[in-house]
Write a new protein. Sequence first.
Length: 258
Amino acid sequence: MNQVIAGGLFAVFLFFGMILFLDLGRRWGTRRLALDPKVAREGLGAVDGAVFALLGLLVAFTFSGAASRFDARRHLIVEETNDIGTAWLRLDLLPADAQPALRENFRRYVDSRLEVYRKLPDIAAAWEALARSNALQGEIWNGAIAATREGAVPSAPILLLPALNAMFDITTTRTAAAKFHPPTIVFALLAVAALVSSLLAGYGMAGGQKRSWIHMLGFAAVTAVAVYVILDLEFPRIGFIRIDAADQVLVNLRQTMK
């Protein structure tokens, strides 16, 4: 829950920070207009456009990256399910007396893989479940090696062992994918661009008798919500945008392992 709270606080502080900078920009612009009405707005259009374009580029860049990583994580779940299913079917190539122990380890392995992500955001518990998965990988591999030497069909080592390798390798890929996020400096730059844009937008709103709250609140709210959605996409196991539904394919596979 720490990332959820941190993301929510970041969005809230960004919202109120943008409101503050909008008001500061308006006050600053009002003073400049009072001192020199003719010069106060000269040459500002290019600066405003450049900063707003940078803000839009940063939002688009971070949102696109977060969405693509979200989709990649879903595809990896399906890929792992396919790898486990293939290896499970190829256990039929082993001698009948060697299969029960291996199939039981497979069931325990799939349970541990599901447990890794169900334990989140409890990182310590997730790491414990991952350690159990890694230990079971060794047991499955050793059992498969022994079984292929004891009366298995000749093609068993060629077909089963590569399938087990693929099943094990995808766990490393998924673990690494869960850790891939943009550098913190990118989000810091996004916040700075949003605040500077607010300052310039507030300056451009100077001259009116009253504050245009609908514009100020709308600009701040839309930007803050967009940033929060980006953060939620980056951590799809602990926010409101969830990837848990994709786990159902692995759950379905586990139910077929009778």
